[in-house]
Design a protein around this ligand. Structure first.
Ligand code: ADP
Ligand code: MG
Length: 720
């Protein structure tokens, strides 16, 4: 096994562990040769790894030989050639071969190891702030060393701080490949990591399973060649080329990673599709009545989406569909139709929304639509009185009520829905994996409910393909007619008075306005304070108008009374925190003012703006911003000002923030990508997607091999 990499410490024990993620100076050479017989190690696939090393490898997520091989360098150093001291330029890492002239440890308090060394062209000082006794020995006068580091002009002439040093004999050959620098952890030296990775690479039997013609077409090397190229690039390759992740070897690795991801997602999809569900054929009774009842005709997009959903519901395997449509595209009534198709078949359907305000709004809307056709809708939220709640629960449990709307209160224990056959989740990205799973569990034993997820946060295509590859998608790409476009204005804080006048004018003309308070993420108390201040300020500035206030800390009945008054038009100006961000639908509101707009995320701004422009009135969104603006704040405001299409805004958002944050990837449970980048490698995502389909069909064993090497035993990471 590899000897313990913990070296003898020098006398000053307060020094930090010298091996960092990217060590400045290498730890001293291993004091003893490897003890384990390589043959046995090869059989085990773990050349030279003892328990301590295994523990450190686990810290960098290396649990198997495949993990080792896929642990790829961050960058490289060129030790394949020597530079004369006289030719070394400051700031560029070079390797020189020198002889030590003298070496000493300077006295405390600035205890340092300092050596003078020279080659035929000049002299250099080697300086170590922390060091091991063994290093001192290696640098005895007369020793021949290869030193690697950056030369700089020091007080005493040219010097190198913490160069990597390696004692050599005269004429010792140079390495034949570039030296990889790996991501590592404390106590795991580059040299140790290199040794075991090189071993794993030699002993692995990895093959490229991709059809050769395809690889040729894409101009990509075979996987083993790509791996060898990245771990041990020949000196003929330029460091710049290979550090660039566009290099064909990198592309081959990324394609493999994306392929593994796509395969896992498709398998998860297939596994879920294989479950049983209630078949809910289209009966055209209740749905037809609702269509008659609606004050409008469906848009083409709504009709298309509903017919896709209706077909899924008729199947006896569970639907898993994402209904995506920009704010205001009319997702609610598509959901209502789907729920009615369940009811037509005598089965239960629920609609879950992330906030109380939104859930209540859905409840009111569904009640308005469905009461005339004789259907009752149950309302479940945390705010309902215990007695009412229990009565509702009992009727749901008895199957007397078929439809229910609520917040996450729907998934709590006491709720039983014996006839549940369809669950609709609005603003699905607001819910965690566990909550969606809990909803699915509510169904009958041996049956999974059909799931319809809705989202107004448009997902850019590449993201949709990888994060939602396990869902079918319907898109509402058409807004209901008669909407007037929303004018967006950016206004500096100094002009707040003008904005208040504008609010006044709009309300006097019979319209209504939202005034959204600054977002203060770090403190709910402060957020509350600003909301109350804005409310006081506007009430004073607009004495002739009824001003209301909603925020997350209000009691639910106060909140819902205020919302109801705003819907009824009794409140003209609604001061609000982001509780109104999603879903709120008051067509008479034509003005949206957002204070400190620079603090909001792009998706949030788009959602908030989508609260207006819902009626026939001319609408505006006024973004008040405070200076100075950060770079991303500026980019966000520019994007929201220039674009109204949610898909374009989402793409901008992805560009500004990166996919991890965009989607909350860690939370979503989808296997994270280590090397591929969904935006940059969009082309590869497409290829991987097609390939995954073919491989699953024709060569399931290849699919196993690919996912095993990337995810190993961690397939459980897959999204629920
Ligand atoms: P979202 O997709 O953002 O959830 P909603 O379902 O809240 O959108 O619909 C927005 C508004 O448009 C609502 O007032 C709704 O009644 C109305 N609406 C929905 N479909 C149509 C349609 N086909 N024609 C006219 N108005 C519609
Ligand atoms: Mg909605």
């Amino acid at each position: 096994m590899v000897p313990s990499s913990r070296p003898t410490r020098s006398s000053s024990s307060a020094e930090p562990e010298p091996v960092l993620v990217e060590p400045v100076g290498e730890k001293p050479a291993d004091p003893a040769p490897e003890a384990a017989p390589p043959k046995k190690a090869a059989v085990r696939g773990w050349p030279g790894v003892g328990p301590q090393l295994a523990e450190r490898l686990a810290k960098i997520d290396v649990f198997s030989p495949a993990d080792l091989i896929l642990h790829l360098p961050l960058r490289y150093e060129d030790e394949t050639r020597l530079t004369m001291l006289a030719d070394a330029r400051p700031g560029i890492a070079v390797q020189c071969e020198v002889e030590v002239l003298s070496c000493e440890v300077t006295p405390p308090p600035r205890r340092q190891l300092v050596a003078r060394a020279a080659d035929a062209s000049g002299e250099v000082m080697l300086r170590f702030v922390h060091f091991y006794p063994s290093q001192q020995k290696q640098m005895a006068a007369g020793a021949r060393l290869r030193i690697f580091g950056e030369l700089r002009d020091g007080f005493f002439g040219a010097e190198m701080i913490h160069p990597r040093i390696k004692p050599v004999a005269a004429g010792e050959p140079l390495p034949e490949s570039l030296t990889p620098i790996y991501p590592t952890t404390a106590g795991l030296a580059q040299s140790a990591l290199r040794k075991i990775i090189a071993g794993a690479l030699r002993h692995n039997g990895m093959r490229d399973e991709l059809p050769e013609a395809l690889r040729r077409n894409l101009n990509l090397p075979a996987l083993p060649d790509a791996l060898r190229m990245l771990h041990a690039p020949p000196p003929s390759v330029s460091i710049l080329d290979i550090e660039d992740r566009g290099h064909p070897a990198w592309q081959r690795i990324k394609l493999d990673e994306l392929l593994a991801q796509q395969i896992s997602l498709r398998r998860a999809y297939a596994a879920r599709r294989a479950k049983n569900a209630a078949s809910l054929p289209q009966r055209d009774t209740l749905t037809r009545e609702l269509l008659k009842q609606l004050p409008f005709a469906l848009t083409g997009a709504q009709r298309r989406a509903f017919s896709e959903i209706a077909a899924d519901l008729a199947s006896d395997h569970p639907m898993q569909r994402l209904l995506q449509g920009d704010v205001g595209s009319g997702k609610t009534c598509v959901a209502a139709l789907a729920m009615l198709q369940a009811a037509e078949n005598g089965r239960q359907a629920v609609l879950m929304a992330p906030t109380e305000i939104l859930a209540e709004q859905h409840y009111r809307k569904l009640t308005d639509w469905l009461t005339p056709i004789g259907l009752e809708v149950a309302w479940l939220s945390g705010s309902r009185k215990k007695k009412e709640r229990e009565a509702t629960l009992a009727r749901l449990a008895a199957g007397e009520i078929l439809l229910a709307v609520g917040t996450h209160a729907l998934i709590e224990d006491p709720v039983t829905l014996p006839g549940l056959a369809l669950a609709v989740v609005d603003e699905q990205h607001r819910f965690g994996v566990r909550q969606r799973l809990a909803l699915r569990e509510k169904g009958k034993a041996g049956e999974s409910p059909h799931m319809l997820m809705m989202s107004a946060t448009p997902i850019p295509r590449t993201l949709a393909m990888s994060y939602y590859a396990d869902l079918d998608v319907s898109v509402l790409d058409e807004l209901p007619p008669g909407r007037t476009p929303i004018v967006t204005k950016l206004v500096a804080e100094a002009r707040r008075e003008e904005v208040i006048r504008r609010v006044h004018d709009a309300c006097v003309k019979g319209r209504q306005a939202y005034w959204v308070c600054p977002l203060i993420e770090e403190s709910e108390a402060l957020q509350l304070k600003t909301a109350e201040e804005s409310y006081a300020m506007l009430s004073a500035a607009l004495p002739d108008l009824a001003v209301g206030l909603v925020h997350g800390r209000l009691k639910n009945d106060v909140k819902s009374a205020t919302m109801a008054a705003f819907v009824a038009g009794d409140i003209k100006v609604l001061v609000a925190t982001t509780v109104i961000e999603v879903g709120v639908d008051v067509p008479n509101a034509s003005l949206m003012v957002i204070e400190h707009a620079e603090r909001f995320g792009l998706a949030q701004l788009h959602q908030l703006r989508g609260r207006v422009g819902r009626g026939a009135h001319e609408s505006a969104c006024i973004l008040i911003f405070a200076q100075p603006l950060s770079q991303t704040g500026r980019e966000r405001l520019k994007a929201i000002y220039e674009h109204t299409d949610g898909f374009i805004i989402a793409r901008e958002d992805l560009r500004i923030r990166g996919p991890g944050e965009f989607i909350g990837a860690r939370q979503s449970g989808v296997p994270l990508l280590r090397y591929a980048d969904l935006e940059q490698d969009a082309g590869l995502v497409e290829i991987a997607r097609g390939l995954a389909e073919e491989i699953l069909e024709d060569a399931p064993r290849v699919a196993d091999a690919v996912t095993a090497r990337w995810f190993g035993g961690r397939a459980s990471l897959l999204k629920a």
